[in-house]
Design a binder for this molecule. Structure first.
Ligand SMILES: Cc1ncc(C[n+]2csc(CCOP(=O)(O)OP(=O)(O)O)c2C)c(N)n1
Ligand SMILES: [Mg+2]
Length: 372
């Protein structure tokens, strides 16, 4: 039977509304009109995600506090985006690749990377504090969308090796306007690279609202022209994030190429500690999103199903507090950093320009040590 363009397009389309399994009050949502089946994840998985979100949020608040104490140069908070950071990350395995942006510190902590190593880039100690190859986790990427090209390549590499591993790449709403986003989608589609493009649409690119970024009905439609199946999900519903990730992973692991997810969410804090969000958004808007809290929502569901009680909540809060205290103590110790390490791992082979800069710093350091 001949496949029509209409049929091919229909297979790629996202659901008309973001997939939601649990509403903001914690009640289960009747599935209607979604383009694919999204079964409710098990209670055990939801409990695991809830626990990681509690720990992740406490970590995030601690990291923001460290900027105020001068212990961290800059921190892009992901408070409010916990369901995306944690749900997407816990859906993949250690054999899969992860490509984070600067906003994904919580995702990296969830992946099990030492929080001090996660924060070392943002403290200015090193280009990347953990081993990207050993952890299968790329360095946090500040140039918008460049990590997507790498993710498409990593996914393609896994395919060529004959594994069923995938590459999960995070990206922001604003970064979908970058050329690299489109090139990565096209490459991944043509070469059937098992890559999940996970767009966290938190409504702003610093101060630029989504309405000035796109005319598309939703960012989830951006894969269709490239032949990439798309879905949109309530990014503050951890159950829906897990369910949509499961479908995307099954698609990728089944040898069908990439998948694009748009998660509708909101960053509750400013872009970074260097930004004043009150200059471009109203407190009413922030309050409305506080009502859609991902942790409270899944907590309500778990309590209603007898999967969570006050004792577990207290113990988990205490665990998160202890982890934050340990992070605070360790970040309060001055790191010992060799300034010359600045020139390591910039390029595979050092360029003449880099050698020149390196020699200049070496001369200055030698002069400084003579003065002492
Ligand atoms: C290529 C490039 N252009 C501009 C910037 C400056 N910049 C840093 S973050 C940012 C906003 C990105 O917004 P979005 O993609 O929505 O991600 P979010 O910060 O909201 O997570 C911009 C423009 C950059 N880092 N890289
Ligand atoms: Mg954004």
């Amino acid at each position: 039977m001949e496949t029509t363009v209409e049929a091919m397009t229909a297979a790629l389309l996202p659901s008309p509304n973001p997939v939601q399994l649990i509403d903001p009050t914690g009640a289960e949502v009747e599935q209607a009109g979604t383009r694919r089946d999204y079964p409710m994840p098990s209670a055990a998985r939801l409990r695991e995600v809830w626990r990681a979100m509690v720990i992740g949020r406490r970590f995030d608040i601690q990291a923001t506090a460290l900027t105020k104490q001068g212990r961290l140069a800059v921190y892009p908070s992901s408070r409010g985006q916990e369901a995306c950071q944690v749900g997407a990350t816990l859906s993949i395995t250690g054999d899969d690749w992860l490509f984070p942006t600067y906003r994904e510190s919580m995702a990296l902590v969830t992946r099990g990377i030492d929080p001090v190593e996660v924060l070392s880039l943002l403290r200015g100690d090193s280009h990347c504090g953990y081993d990207p190859i050993a952890t299968k986790t790329a360095a946090q990427c500040t140039p918008l969308s460049t990590q997507l090209i790498h993710a498409a390549g990593a996914g393609y590499g896994e395919k060529r090796r004959g594994t069923d591993n995938v590459a999960l790449a995070f990206i922001g709403d604003g970064a979908t306007s970058e050329g690299d986003f489109h090139e990565a989608l096209n490459f991944a589609a043509v070469f059937e690279a098992p890559t999940i493009f996970f767009v966290q649409n938190n409504k702003y690119a610093i101060s630029v609202p989504l309405s000035k970024q796109t005319k598309a009905p939703s960012l989830a439609y951006k894969g269709i022209g490239y032949g990439v199946p798309c879905e949109q999900v309530d990014g503050n519903d951890p159950a829906a994030v897990l369910a949509v990730m499961d479908v995307a992973l099954q698609h990728c692991r089944g040898g069908n190429g990439p998948f694009l997810i748009e998660a509708h969410t909101y960053r509750l804090d400013a872009h970074t500690n260097a930004d004043d969000a009150t200059r471009y958004r109203s407190s009413d808007e922030v309050s409305a999103w506080l009502e859609r809290d991902p942790i409270a929502r899944v907590e309500a569901w778990l309590r209603a199903h007898g999967e969570l009680n006050d004792d577990i909540v207290s113990a988990t809060n205490a665990e998160a507090e202890a982890k934050a205290a340990e992070l605070r103590d360790r970040m309060n110790a001055d790191p010992s950093v060799d300034p010359m390490s600045l020139f390591d791992n910039v390029f595979a082979a050092r360029t003449p320009q880099l050698d020149e800069a390196r020699a200049m710093v070496a001369t200055e350091l030698a002069a400084d040590s003579k003065e002492v």
